[in-house]
Design a protein around this ligand. Structure first.
Ligand SMILES: [Zn+2]
Length: 470
């Protein structure tokens, strides 16, 4: 009789979409997981001959996908969901986001961030890169990190550096000399790199060009080189970025980033809506990666970023929900669909971005954009066991024929019924296994109401109905 190896988890009888190099698909597939890593995958009969597991999940009728990557968000921003509708970005940050950020306390930030994490998981996202504002209070940073760890997600926490911009409404609570902010980022790296059993690491974020001095830009690059932390930054979300850079330095934003040494393979540019030919050539030359925030770009009326073109130039593209302030949720399936649709609109060509391309951005390409391509974004032996099961039996998704088309265009959160991160089953049959979601949602609603009152953002509702369910 053949020896069976003991593993932690077997998921069997699934249609497995691996997203590996060949885009292999296994019908009646199974996957064996041990120590948080995929040890084997193949036909169910073959896997069950080789392994026995402490836990088995029967995935009959369901499809198994690698976990999605949400490569840009602001988890705390669920605080402003429903408060700042219908404004352009500069007006919106000043009226809603900055007053909220300057008022919130650590307990509120924890709850609001944890809710954002749960929605990422509910929509199939297993890796999230957070872009936390440059708050002076270390407790606010630690609250987001704690929420990411407690949620069970894999993630990268990036700490913003903003060293000017008071005249643009950036409040004192979020402004700091670059050297101080960078010292804090390094302290976070020392304390939290590898937190959550190795699921979390730390990076650097540059808020926006109009929040930076030239010395600050150079300092960020210096620290990135010294510590190995990556750099992410909001770039050319609106034409104001270039107007500001021209006025300050006589250069557009991206040439200014090149002059200060900021561009490189470890640089991730968020938005990239307003791009010149020169900008694109510089991105290609420096092999930067791009975070595509389709829903946020539509929500704030920022424009259509030339993502299909950037992808065609060979740049690494990932997709992102952006914060719940400009989305207004963290639904990565919605983001996946709009990521394909917005490019089709921009190009006036239905064939410009195929469903498979959008899925690649959401999985393997997004992982490469974060330098995590050897760990997540596809399913193969040796990769992290981060995946979800899609149950198609809802009116939204049925009938199904092509699993990729179903995921990108017809699926919703109700179809994601099981989520595994690092080999740990975080959600099974639609229920979180580690968090009392109902209690969390009620507590967070109460906290958000209280915060809106203190931040003065409640007055934005003066002419509208105010909804207080708890
Ligand atoms: Zn953002």
């Amino acid at each position: 009789m053949q020896e069976h190896s003991q593993v932690d988890l077997i998921v069997r009888h699934a249609l497995i979409i691996t997203q590996d190099e060949q885009r292999s698909v296994f019908e009646d597939g199974a996957l064996a997981v041990d120590g948080g890593v995929i040890v084997a995958l193949g036909k169910t009969a073959e896997i069950e001959q080789r392994f026995v597991a402490a836990k088995r999940i029967d995935a009959s009728g369901r499809a198994l996908f690698p976990g999605l990557l949400n490569i840009h968000t602001h988890l705390f921003q669920s605080a402003v969901k429903g408060l700042g509708e219908d404004m352009a970005v500069e007006q919106w940050v000043q009226a809603v986001t900055f007053p909220t950020a300057a008022t919130m306390n650590a307990e509120e930030v924890y709850l609001l961030s944890l809710v954002s994490c749960l929605e990422n998981l509910r929509s199939g996202a297993t890796t999230v890169m957070d872009f936390m504002y440059g708050m002076r209070d270390p407790a606010l940073h630690e609250a987001v990190i704690r929420a990411m760890v407690d949620s069970g997600l894999r993630g990268r926490y990036t700490r913003t550096i903003v060293d000017r911009g008071a005249e643009m409404g950036i409040l004192p609570a979020m402004l700091q000399p670059a050297e101080e902010a960078l010292a804090h980022a390094q302290a976070l790296q020392a304390a939290y790199d590898g937190a959550g059993d190795g699921r979390l690491d730390i990076g650097l974020a540059i808020g926006v060009i109009w929040g930076m001095t030239e010395a600050g830009l150079r300092a960020v690059r210096r620290v990135a080189d010294a510590t190995g932390m990556m750099i992410t930054m909001h770039v050319n979300e609106t034409p104001y970025d270039n107007a500001f850079a021209q006025e300050q330095w006589g250069l557009n934003t991206i040439p200014m980033l090149e002059r200060t040494g900021v561009l490189g393979p470890d640089f991730n540019a968020v938005h990239c809506v307003h791009m010149t030919d020169e900008d694109i050539a510089l991105f290609v030359e420096h092999d930067v990666s791009v975070a595509y925030c389709a829903v946020s770009n539509m929500y704030l009326g920022s424009g259509i970023p030339p993502i299909a073109r950037l992808a065609g130039e060979g740049l690494r593209i990932g997709i992102a929900a952006d914060g719940s302030g400009s989305n207004n949720c963290q639904d990565m399936l919605e983001t996946l669909k709009f990521s394909a649709l917005l490019q089709k609109v921009g190009q006036q060509n239905a064939g410009s971005v195929l469903a498979q391309q959008a899925l690649d951005w959401a999985t393997r390409d997004g992982a490469r954009a974060l330098g995590l391509g050897a760990q997540v974004g596809s399913l193969a032996p040796g990769m992290k066991a981060d995946f979800f099961l899609l149950n198609p039996f809802t009116a939204k998704a049925i009938p199904v024929h092509d699993p990729v088309a179903t995921l990108v265009y017809s699926a919703g959160q109700a179809n994601v019924d099981t989520v595994v991160v690092d080999g740990r089953v975080l959600m099974e049959d639609g229920q979180f296994t580690h968090i009392d979601e109902t209690a969390l949602l009620r507590e967070t609603q109460r906290a958000a109401q209280h915060l809106a009152r203190r931040a003065g953002t409640e007055r934005l509702l003066a002419t509208r109905a105010s909804w207080r369910p708890v």
